[in-house]
Design a protein around this ligand. Structure first.
Ligand SMILES: [Zn+2]
Length: 96
């Protein structure tokens, strides 16, 4: 499943903010890189596509534990919202 990433401002993977990220060239393998003006770090998003389901779940869990909303997580990880919600539902079951 492909989703358009046009005009989506991703959340910084380091500090979790998305109000200061901008495109910052591409990585060696052609990944889009971003620069975060809030923490001064660069990060890239497309490696997530290469990960397995487990990796997506782990990243959703990390952001969820930082109190981000499912909408924010979906945008940050560029994972469909329904997928994020499915992972979060499992997390909430585990925590009860
Ligand atoms: Zn940052």
């Amino acid at each position: 499943m492909k989703i358009s990433s046009k005009k989506i401002q991703p959340m910084c993977h380091i500090c979790g903010r998305n109000d200061g990220t901008k495109k910052y060239g591409v990585g060696a393998a052609g990944q889009q890189r971003y620069y975060c003006m809030n923490c001064g770090k660069t990060f890239q998003t497309t490696y997530i596509y290469k990960g397995k389901e487990f990796n997506i779940a782990a990243q959703v869990e990390m952001l969820w534990e930082r109190s981000h909303t499912v909408e924010e997580i979906s945008t940050a990880l560029q994972v469909p919202l329904v997928k994020v919600k499915a992972v979060v539902t499992l997390l909430e079951k585990d925590n009860v």
